[in-house]
Design a protein around this ligand. Sequence first.
Ligand code: HEM
Length: 129
Amino acid sequence: MSDAKLYTYTEIAEHNKADKLWLIIEDKVYDCTKFADEHPGGDEVLIDLAGQDATSAFEDIGHSSDAVKYLEKLYIGDVDTASEKPQPSAEELAAQEAAKTSSSEGNGRLVLALFVAAFAVLGYFLHKS
Ligand code: HEM
């Protein structure tokens, strides 16, 4: 184990604005407060994710090895992964709920409906003959 400084999720979540801007990438904490202005992808995307886990956003972009190397300069410590995550706001919960209904649950219902329809048609033809 390294002797890196540990930050709790709550502490990290407090750094959620342009002048207090921390990001989590793969359980490491990066202080992007000064970097945001220089970010080739703009400061907006970083501010949007400030105080949160930006791992998938960072990876989805397909950042260059230069970008990955740059992370070393912004590194301030590790996430205390045993710490409690702050409660998501009502707004975030509603968004999560909406996402669930429209994707997985919605698909599940559609598959079920198709099955029912298929058996109804099958039953109809079997009875007919
Ligand atoms: C501390 C973390 C980050 C660092 C050090 C960083 C660094 C860089 C660098 C050096 C580039 C130039 C292209 C490259 O070398 O790959 C870049 C581009 C870009 N970054 Fe980041 N980035 C970070 C986080 C993020 C995050 C969280 C997002 C969220 C969406 C993001 C979105 C983008 C986009 C969209 C571009 C492309 C800009 C363009 O070519 O028009 N970056 N970043």
